[in-house]
Design a protein around this ligand. Structure first.
Ligand SMILES: [Fe+2]
Length: 273
């Protein structure tokens, strides 16, 4: 088979996988119930802070992890002891809902064969969201408007790894290497599919679609896309032990390295593993 034929077959496979994974055979699971409940109470504006903290406290593990993140230096002066009620005051109701999403999303998609990879994707997504949030002031962007889109930009990876790794499908046995390549190529499109099923706004869909765009293109698409693209590059550089000065200098943005290291540390520590 020559190179042209290989490319044609590969394009066909990508098209078929995308059609299958966004079709009726592959279910998009529901959002974490604690996030749905928190969101509906926040939207209705019905419940008191105390009542909402009780809602979160029904899950003691989640509650402890939320507190651990909320008391970090990323949300103000680093604090020692804090309860969930105080954590909500510090982070805000939307902030707690978004953190709850970050810390529970790993349980939404089941991916046995790629469990480790999808877990690491959740951690990296959390770091990216915290980093995009840290960039928001420099872009005149509300922190709450960038955290969730940046967090969910890779959500297509979760569905794809689960579907291709664990489901029966018509593509035969796919090697890990091929699945990684397919996920890398298709996850922005699949992310848009998942987020539209979950009724997220166009802003979220745009970020998922374009989060691997080059920074110039991303800048033209708006501050949330731009912040996410730069955050993605910065988190990748930190994870690889590389310098981050260039990432920011090129884009006219700045985050101190110690803050970035703290962001990646908080994202890793949030799971306590
Ligand atoms: Fe991605």
């Amino acid at each position: 088979m020559n190179r042209l034929e290989r490319t044609r077959l590969r394009n066909e496979l990508e098209r078929d996988v995308l059609r299958w994974v966004t079709g009726p055979d592959v279910e998009v699971p529901s959002l974490p119930s604690v996030v749905v409940e928190l969101n509906s109470e926040i939207v209705r504006g019905r419940k008191s802070l105390l009542a909402l903290s009780r809602l979160v406290e029904r899950d003691p593990l989640l509650s402890a992890r939320l507190v651990r993140v909320a008391r970090s230096a990323l949300y103000g002066p680093a604090l020692g002891e804090l309860d969930i009620h105080q954590a909500m005051l510090r982070v805000g109701l939307e902030g707690i809902r978004d953190l709850a999403m970050a810390l529970t999303i790993e349980h939404v998609f089941i991916a046995k064969r790629f469990a480790r990879v999808t877990f690491e994707s959740c951690q990296r997504s959390f770091a990216r969201a915290l980093c995009a949030r840290a960039l928001s002031a420099q872009l005149d962007l509300e922190p709450a408007r960038v955290f969730l889109p940046a967090l969910l930009a890779d959500i297509g990876e979760q569905l794809l790894f689960g579907a291709l790794g664990d489901h029966q499908h018509e593509f035969g046995v796919l090697s890990d290497a091929l699945i990684y390549e397919l996920v890398a190529e298709l996850h922005p499109h699949v992310g848009v599919h998942v987020l539209s099923r979950w009724d997220f706004s166009q802003d979220h869909l745009d970020v998922a679609r374009a989060h691997h765009a080059d920074p110039e293109h991303a800048r033209a698409m708006g501050p949330a896309v731009f912040a996410t693209v730069v955050a993605e590059r910065a988190v990748e550089a930190v994870s690889a032990g590389q310098a981050t000065d260039d990432v920011f200098a090129l884009e006219g943005l700045e985050i101190e390295r110690r803050v970035l290291d703290a962001i990646v540390g908080v994202a890793r520590a949030a799971w306590g593993r």
